[in-house]
Write a protein that binds this ligand. Structure first.
Ligand code: SF4
Length: 539
């Protein structure tokens, strides 16, 4: 299989075999089903369980082939494929990657039996055609060369470039991870990328908000019980993450189950603060080494951080200008914020080091929060107004909502970072001052405004909040009540589902997928083609 991937595209081999990224899309599942059916047929024919796995230290190969036939005393390995054969003119032949694979099986078989194997065969089920692959010197040499090349790639920490043949990418299960079209765009701005990245997330997040609820495992489902009568079950393939708000319980079996199925489990405090989480990503040594090498270099960090800050400031500016299009620009706080943001944009572009960039970002944040209260409609009651940022603990309702939304955002960004295989504690802009992972805080800067601030302001201006029922107010802090938390979660999850057209890659995708896309583009800043991270701008 690895040789097959290598002959198809060196980058595919590297992603699967070196970085250990495997994406099982519909065609991969269909291929597995076909191989399973073939195996069962073989066992029925033989009347016993057959193992067709062979290995050779000398060749450096391990392989499990589909079936074996005897023809006139000769042994012939068979490989089954769902697709169609290659056609040069009218004659069908094996694709080079299939020929390489079946030749390797033949060589393994030869070594195991001591009998010469003169040919292999590939059965293409798409056309019900079997084609022959002669095991001549040329074919054997190709396998040995491929094994050498595979060894070279295994020893390298550099990902090979994307395939020059863009048609291969359309059928490649790793296209959503590899992002070949986006890389082509990064190196050629006139390239018009076709969408190979999924438009929306395929799984849901389960929020467990009830105190006393229990999450357990039942077969292939996660079961959430809040009492004998109230039990809900979620099939494993539908769940991407479980978030426990406050003190619901989760069983050890459910934790194991989630870890095995790459379902993130995250805990938020009753006050809405992100506490911790487990999420098994597909991270491997190479990806983290590349990240460490890149982010240990101050100039690389400055370069990426500048893109991030420019995106943040420009988006804030665009948002304030848009929100005050009809009136409000003469309000002193708004006018001053617009001026500060414009200045920050110019200065950030020329910041000479990270500290000065942090300074510009800090000034921007203060100006934005200074203007925020003026973006709230005048008829919104005082209890729901914003009078400056405060946290840990929040002392008013608006800040309680702001902090809670950011905690949900933190979980989403963390999950995306782990899914891409990056180390969340190694960032490029934020310094590690709290328990929060710096890389998560870095990436969050792109999304605070579009994923939560805009949503929250809209809901406050539409008077969607009940100042009594949605909050628990004490002398020292304000928290969300169960009802308030539910409302905030619904707003946030709805926002994640909304689609947005990315101005650079020019395709629409949900905000949930946008977070993942930006993290993948971030990784390309140091591995592959830089230039596309943090170019998202509000219209
Ligand atoms: S998407 Fe294209 S470049 Fe990337 S691994 Fe697949 S075939 Fe290779």
């Amino acid at each position: 299989m690895a040789l097959h991937a290598l002959a198809y595209c060196e980058r595919l081999f590297y992603l699967e075999e070196v970085e250990e990224i495997r994406v099982a899309d519909a065609s991969v599942y269909a291929g597995r089903t076909l191989h399973e059916e073939i195996r069962q047929d073989e066992e029925e024919r033989a009347g016993e369980q057959v193992s067709l796995e062979l290995s050779s230290e000398h060749l450096g190969l391990v392989g499990r082939f589909d079936s074996l036939r005897h023809h006139d005393g000769a042994l012939i390995p068979y490989e089954h494929k769902r697709g169609k054969p290659r056609r040069d003119g009218k004659t069908p032949s094996a694709w080079p990657s299939d020929a390489l694979q079946v030749t390797a099986y033949g060589m393994l078989l030869e070594e195991a039996t001591g009998q010469t194997v003169r040919e292999g065969r590939v059965r293409y089920h798409g056309e019900n055609i079997t084609v022959r692959v002669p095991l001549d010197e040329l074919a054997r040499k190709a396998v040995l060369n491929a094994v050498d090349r595979a060894r070279e790639l295994r020893a390298s920490s550099d990902r090979p470039p994307v395939s020059a043949n863009d048609r291969l990418c359309i059928r490649c299960s790793l296209a959503p991870v590899c992002l070949p079209e986006e890389e082509r765009l990064a190196s050629d701005p006139s390239w018009e990328p076709i969408r190979l990245f999924p438009p929306d997330r395929e799984t849901k997040t389960i929020h467990v908000t009830r105190h006393g609820a229990t999450v357990s495992r039942a077969g292939d489902t996660l079961r959430v019980a809040t009492g004998k009568e109230d039990v809900r079950e979620f099939p494993v393939h539908d769940v991407g993450a479980v978030i426990l708000h406050g003190y619901p319980q989760i069983t050890t079996q459910a934790l194991h189950f989630c870890a095995r199925n790459e379902i993130g489990v995250h805990w938020l405090s009753a006050g809405g603060r992100y506490v911790t989480g487990i999420a098994s990503g597909t991270g491997t040594v190479q990806r983290r080494l590349r990240q460490y090498k890149a982010l240990s270099d101050e100039s690389t960090c400055l370069d990426i951080a500048r893109k991030l800050v420019m995106a943040k400031v420009e988006n804030l500016l665009r948002y304030i200008l848009r929100a005050t299009r009809e009136e409000g620009r003469d309000i002193p706080e708004i006018a001053s914020a617009i001026e500060v943001l414009r200045q920050s944009l110019k200065r950030a572009a020329h910041a000479e080091n990270l500290n000065s960039l942090r300074g510009h970002e800090g000034v921007t944040g203060r100006a934005y929060f200074g203007a925020l209260s003026s973006l709230i409609r005048k008829d919104v009651p005082e209890s729901m107004r914003f009078n400056g940022r405060n946290r840990r603990p929040p002392r008013d309702r608006f800040n309680a909502l702001l902090g809670f939304g950011y905690a949900l955002l933190y979980q989403n960004v963390l999950q995306a970072i782990l899914a891409v295989g990056l180390e969340p504690s190694l960032g490029f802009f934020h310094t590690p001052r709290s328990s929060a992972h710096p890389l998560v805080l870095d990436v969050m800067e792109l999304f605070r405004l579009p994923l939560w601030d805009i949503v929250l302001l809209g809901s406050v201006n539409r008077m969607q909040w009940d100042a009594e029922a949605d909050f628990q107010v004490t002398k020292n802090h304000v928290w969300l009540s169960d009802a308030g938390r539910k409302k905030a979660i619904e707003l946030f999850e709805k926002r994640l589902e909304e689609t947005w057209k990315h101005p650079v890659v020019s395709y629409s995708l949900s905000y949930a997928r946008l977070v993942e896309l930006e993290v993948r583009l971030l990784e390309k800043e140091w591995s592959g083609r830089p230039g596309l991270f943090a170019r998202m701008r509000l219209r």
